[in-house]
Design a protein around this ligand. Sequence first.
Ligand code: HEM
Length: 458
Amino acid sequence: MGCKPARRWAARWPQGLDFLLKAAHHAKAQTILQFFLEVVESSGTTHEQQLHFGLGLRPKHFAPLMGSGIFTQDGKSWKHSRALLRPQFASNRYQNFEEIKKCVESLLSNVPADGIIDLQPLFFRLTFDTTTFLLFGETLSSLQSREIAGQESEFGKAFNLGQDYLSHRGRLGDFYWLANTPEFRRACKISHRFVDHAIQRALDAADAPQHEKSVDDQKKQYVFINALLQETRDKKELRDQCLNVLLAGRDTTACCLSWTLKLLARHPRVLDKLRKEIEYVVGLGEDAPQPTREQLKMMRYLDLVLKEVLRLYPSVPVNSRAALKTTTLPLGGGPDGQSPILIRKGEAVGYCVYAMHRRKDIYGEDALDFRPERWEDGQLLRDVGYGYLPFNAGPRVCLGQDFALLEAGYTTARLVQRFPFLSVPAGEPPVRISEEKQILTLVVAPGDGCRVQMRSSN
Ligand code: HEM
């Protein structure tokens, strides 16, 4: 097919170990995506890294924490998991929105009027609650008040640490087993214990005699765990499936919200425009009504803001696939990058959506500017095609996309409604886009949180 080799990223040490060391150094300095941008700058947008080990090892890398679930499965078992999860988004639209509203009100009650606050932990708490609602039909808070008070933050910390290890394991490729410390094993154990507990409750409820079931239990609502219980009683299988969805739903949306509020505080022109839109559609201030779903849909600029946030900070910035059979990539081979590239069965293709979303040849000279208007007439979206990929595409496209955009949109609208003049806290140094500290696990989070001065008046 006329394939030609891609440009090489020149490793100086055997097995590409110098790349690994550099990656580890940048990960520690919270600048790893900056490093990837430099690699793309020097080696081209498509290039080959001779690391002598595959990237297609996700199941093995993830196994100790995540086991086997929608993120780690392929083929038949993946298809099955996807079919089990899909009705959650299709049939519970009303309950899902009501739950998001409830959880956002609880978040707002923890934001001090006109004070400075790091919103990031609150966002993680919010998305944890909404995702556990999807999974178990009830939020963590309702579990907490009954039985497992105090465990959330322990779980949250353990789950974050566990994911940190998963990303180290990913970078180590075939040497993933080196990242297996007692600390990692403890993080897995705590994460598992927490989810096991929630599953046990669901098992007990499912096995309770009909007359003992509460009205809540009997409501005809599609709950993922109950659908799973129809299929299996294997506790590890149940745990793995739930943890996989928790990962998909919690961190991605929390990071999107953190970047959104960080960017809004740093771009008063954009905030001003958004504030005016929200004021026009539903009103501002403490006494203004909560936006309805229809009103949210009317907020066109809010939609553009989120699109632009997910361009600059796609929650899943780096991803990979391994070829199931020998195939080709259409471009990237030869000195001019215009020939196809051969990918043999088992070889891996890594792709950095973060770098792609910042390409000047796709987005123009102002690619690094936060400018929601670029999406205004829909032309750019049509032009860039797969050049814009925050939710992936194809058969494994994000299942929670609509849910996530609803949650992120509603939360942003409520925060701006309540604190229309939010800003960067006094004394915080200005940081340019790309140069801020970032923590890359499977998602990319701001390295220094999301500290914002919440102002209700100018
Ligand atoms: C802004 C928020 C979100 C972003 C940017 C996002 C992005 C993504 C991306 C890029 C993938 C593909 C991963 C891969 O195949 O390697 C994915 C998959 C997935 N997402 Fe999301 N996601 C978000 C929120 C959510 C939410 C709230 C849920 C709901 C629980 C969710 C559920 C899933 C599931 C189940 C998959 C796996 C699909 C499959 O493999 O078939 N996502 N997401």
